[in-house]
Design a protein around this ligand. Sequence first.
Ligand code: ZN
Ligand code: ZN
Length: 91
Amino acid sequence: MDNIHICCPNCKWEPDGQAYWQCSCGCVWDTFSTGGRCPECGKVWEKTQCIVYAGGCDKMSPHLDWYEGLDDIINKLKEEIKERWLVKEYA
Ligand SMILES: [Zn+2]
Ligand SMILES: [Zn+2]
């Protein structure tokens, strides 16, 4: 995944792999490790907030807009994420 770059589409803040995002179920995790899906309850977060206290801008942007890179690789990744979103729940 070397050709994929993740950053805020608004301010270009780059997530550093830390668990900044909290789900409504209370789970705190790195949303980019699961393609925007809560690993606890399976809820899909189609929008991702930029983390202001980590240097970001606090703005919500569509999760898929955070991915940058070569078009064909990015489109494949986005399809994979969308396929995962179609799965109702983790078993
Ligand atoms: Zn959750
Ligand atoms: Zn931002």
